[in-house]
Design a protein around this ligand. Structure first.
Ligand SMILES: [Zn+2]
Length: 235
């Protein structure tokens, strides 16, 4: 004893590759919540906006191609809120900094944003201290990722899969969206078809990975989408 202290006595931070964080600092965050259609993404987006607002925080709600067809975030269970429609040409940094003080953003349908707009979201988090909560699909009807969702996976501080009991007809968790055209599962086509499709002969059905890959829709399967909003879905 009486000699130099062994290495293990040093504060852990000195041995760690992590930088010391000044106390009290809290970085803004970029979070991405993803899941298949009907899993409650927009409902959660609205709930999150409500919670932050109640705590006195100021936010903006953004959306793109909402099912209502207008600048709104609407959820299948009937909630709704006015929102800003994100056109491809919108610079999100400019949009937010034009406001007096914005603490957070709720970005619904973020899978349809441009990749550049996802970069702008990261700029808002890092350069302006704005918390960004993004919601959207990860992949399209072919099970190929949307470019914006891919960028969110790459950049987000946290990525959360939402699984609110959306089941495939077989009872397994529904993971992927199938596009059904004239009764058959489509493997090619436009990545984005805007708006809900209840009335058209195009519809969507959530399937498990196994049945999405096999292209099996189940016998007499009727998605909640096809049954219409508010109607109980027969899965
Ligand atoms: Zn299945």
């Amino acid at each position: 004893m009486g000699q130099a202290k062994p290495l293990s006595w040093r504060p852990v931070t000195e041995l760690s590759a992590l930088s010391a964080v000044p106390s009290g600092a809290r970085d803004a965050v970029l979070k991405f919540y993803f899941g298949p259609m009907d899993c409650g993404k927009s409902t959660l987006a609205l709930q999150m906006n409500y919670n932050h607002g109640r705590q006195g925080r100021r936010g903006l709600v953004l959306t793109k191609h909402d099912r209502s067809g207008g600048p709104k975030v609407t959820s299948r269970i009937g909630l709704g809120l006015e929102a800003i429609e994100v056109e491809d040409s919108v610079d999100l940094v400019r949009l937010v900094t034009a406001h007096d003080r914005i603490d957070y953003l709720i970005c619904d349908e973020a899978c349809f944003y441009t990749v550049e707009q996802i970069e702008q979201l990261a700029d808002l988090v890092d350069g302006h201290g704005v918390d960004v909560y993004a919601f959207g699909l990860a992949s399209d009807f072919r099970s190929v990722m949307f470019p914006a969702a891919k960028r969110l996976f790459e950049l987000a501080d946290e990525v959360c899969r939402l699984q609110v009991e959306v089941l495939c007809w077989c009872g397994r968790p529904g993971q992927l969206n199938a596009r059904i055209v004239g009764g058959a599962m489509a493997r090619t086509g436009e990545q984005v078809v805007i708006g809900d499709t209840d009335a058209a002969h195009v519809r969507y059905q959530v399937l498990c990975r196994r049945h999405h890959r096999a292209g099996q829709l189940g016998e007499g399967a009727l998605s909640p989408l096809e049954a219409g909003p508010g109607a109980p879905g027969r899965l």
